[in-house]
Design a protein around this ligand. Sequence first.
Ligand SMILES: C[S@+](CC[C@H](N)C(=O)[O-])C[C@H]1O[C@@H](n2cnc3c(N)ncnc32)[C@H](O)[C@@H]1O
Length: 557
Amino acid sequence: MSSRTSIYTLASVTVLGGLLAYVVYFDYKRRNDAEFRRKLRKEKKKANKTAARPQGGAVDADDLRAALAKVRTEELPATPEEKEQYFMTQVGMAEELAAQGPAFRLPAALSFYRALRVYPSPVELIMIYQKTVPEDIFKVIMDLTNMDVKDRVEGYYNIFPPKSMNVSVQDGKDKKKILVAEKDFEPGDVIYKEEPIVTALDLDIQAQDSHCAHCFRSIQKGVAIKADIDRLGAVYCSKDCQLKSKVQSENLLFGLDAVLPPELDSGISDLSKADREQAQGPFADYLKSKGKTGPILVARLVARAIAIETGKLLPKKSGPAATDLPLLVDDNADYSLYDHLERLRYIEVNPPEEENKLLTKVLAAAVPGLEQSITDERYAMYLGKVTYNAYGVCFGGGRDDKPVSSERPEDKERTRTPYGTSRQVGSGFYLVSSYIGHSCAPSARPSFSSGTAELHLIATRKLKKGDEITVSYVDVSQHDGEAPEEARRRRRFELAWGWRFRCECERCVSETKDSKDNKENDVGLEKDGSKVEDVVQRAEKGGPGGVQDPSQLLGPD
Ligand SMILES: C[S@+](CC[C@H](N)C(=O)[O-])C[C@H]1O[C@@H](n2cnc3c(N)ncnc32)[C@H](O)[C@@H]1O
């Protein structure tokens, strides 16, 4: 078998079968996945070792960079069929160029590289290339791929957050990411406004038909719009919210309309309605029985990511069928929601196995293959990320009627909110605001003054360009009848339980230093405090984590 035939036969099956993979997350994985990056490094070492002495001169790094820049400007084919055709053409061209000798090394490698850009399983294709492509050309392909991956990883914070939000993400202490002002602000200024990626009303609020399940706006009695299929008891304030909610997540999770647009559906949806109903009922019942927003946020996040990736498969500005989807497509489509999620810190959590089983059944019933997008491990990671970073949405000072949770302190659901999670109407997951660190004397506060889940970040004091922006993750006020030490202990306790760090903000440092009894300043707290933080770091590396009782870590009263 000639090398060309083997590339075609080995690869084309995967291209054809690649639609679902694209819909889900392989497009992201193709360029960013940590495993993929490790593999690349390994392959590059191998290629460096084995590449034959280049005849006709090595490829110059500047030429390589210029060539990569040019390839990046080339528009990629949109549909799976077009991708397959493009893949075939590029591989064919590459083989012909390779046969012309060393002078054509770079053009040949570029064509192979173009083919790689549209191939759903890049690691596999690289293995195929390694076996079939001349070594010197293979090395250039690897150089191009490495350069591209490195640029993408490093370039992320150049485009995120968008400049219009007046903030940037910078390296803080211990390489933690922090949010920094990009211009000066006066107290009371709105630094930015941010819409959530996903929201979930507290379930007791949802049961009252009093707030829009999408934007959280309060709804007057009798004018609520019911969901088409009412599995979670959601109501909406407007047709617009109902539609957004439907296309972003709810149709996939709790509806029966086609998930894929007609161009991509090929009859899948007609076949699966009964299966979908059978899977959705138990999932919705489970979510209601749990009474937590975390699992709902994750399900919506997964569904929204699928909707965004599906939208990218459609030709831009295609007919009316696609008009539901483009509003979901990231303008900066080169980075996906997975790029954002990958970078967020979290604490490892261990959700019950059935949680993801029920979710994957819903996905599989909607479009067979979609369940591959959410392994148990990935589910637990998203739950950890969402619960570690979600904000509590409070209107005014918040509410007083949230049912008291009987759970153990370590199992209680917490969201970032200076008002206290018990006062929120629901939770929202925000990409930019996830980066804000905590302070007990914060430089900003989240406000929901438009009466919806849109987060307005308000400066609480003068901020200079370059200053870190902080909010308080917990209620840092001193309650009536509480001594200053008690208030301090309560907020630090909350942070240790919920976020697993020992607060090192200026206020805590100065209060504990000035504190007469100085009890929290003992060596035990130092040591134990760092252990708290370890949990987060271990979790980031995928290792086991879990301080059983962070209250023990704050030292004696
Ligand atoms: C600022 S980051 C949040 C940023 C973003 N989610 C990320 O992924 O990098 C939150 C982490 O910063 C640290 N942190 C935030 N505020 C802190 C404080 N006041 N004292 C000590 N550590 C803090 C903790 O390690 C916490 O896990």
